[in-house]
Design a protein around this ligand. Sequence first.
Ligand code: NAI
Ligand code: MG
Length: 359
Amino acid sequence: MSKKILVLPGDGIGPEITAEAVKILNACREAGLDAELEEALVGGAGYDAEGHPLPESTLAKAKAADAILLGAVGGPKWDTLEDLSRRPEKGLLGLRKHLNLFGNLRPALLYPQLAEASTLKPEVVSGLDIMIVRELTGGIYFGQPRGIEERDGERVGFNTYVYSESEIERIGRVAFEMAQKRGKKLCSVDKANVLEVTILWREVMNRLAPEYPDVELSHMYVDNAAMQLVRAPKQFDVVVTGNMFGDILSDAAAMLTGSIGMLPSASLNEHQQGMYEPCHGSAPDIACQGLANPLATILSVAMMLRYSLGEPALAERIERAVGSVLDQGLRTADIAYPGTRQVSTSEMGDAVLAAFADA
Ligand code: NAI
Ligand code: MG
């Protein structure tokens, strides 16, 4: 049966970068991918047109889709909205929650052609290839009770850090399976010396380990993990952690590669239904100028083909095509340096398309 892909361009550079990714998706369809594309509004674009960042019609289409490609949401235009539930970011959170997208995959991969883009020494980062598996729908970002209230004459803010065994187990399985497909090493990051939630987290990971005898499981406290990521990042293969630690560590890991415009992500539920998006935001400072790097979004399409559409060969073809345009010395402004040729957003997309034909 034909797969359904929902494209949500969103705000800022979102429409420019998703347009390039859609070119590649269409090339995949010509190469045999049986899929239909549909587009809908989300974020500020949804708010402007329908008064809500996640219009009902968009949510219905998202639920029916096998995979969603999202550009980015947000921008200064909506930052002054008083009603927090109408902010563009709520569109994203709503999709994650409604589709139960608990498994967030954040690769940090340094392309050898971009070694100069990293702030770390080449010998520390060359060949870097980490996959961070972050739990996305639980933990302290969602735990109840939460709030700010008056206690004993002063205001107190509080959040609740909570994970159930079943929540830990399902993200653990995603991570173990990912490690099996990669370098067979899994590092679980917690704060089990201080937080009970993560004592349970560690117990569950240890309980799952015998089911994946080919994977070497290790544990690390989150503060040490942050240090190790900048000291010797290549020691990591797959990292699994909760929502907040994963938020922070995945951004740090991403920056080791030096280029926010290169990093894709996937968020999956237990049916392999997924939302795919670049790690960066809507970059309003460069919107509508042809400056945005579309490669993170194009690489998100590769992840979509691999994890939701069952087309790993097409995914690899896209990744080879991206490697090939970098080999040709083509660079958008964010990754350009002397000796390379600067191209616009659409020129970059067209170059990937041309390379895809031969890849
Ligand atoms: P940002 O990621 O949009 O931009 C940070 C910096 O990186 C800017 O200088 C931008 O020009 C540059 N940049 C980002 N993507 C790029 C690309 N593809 N090519 C070249 N340069 C790129 O983060 P910022 O500035 O903190 O947020 C801007 C807006 O995006 C805010 O409204 C924020 O809420 C929203 N946002 C949305 C996210 C999402 O939709 N998933 C994630 C992060 C932020
Ligand atoms: Mg973050």
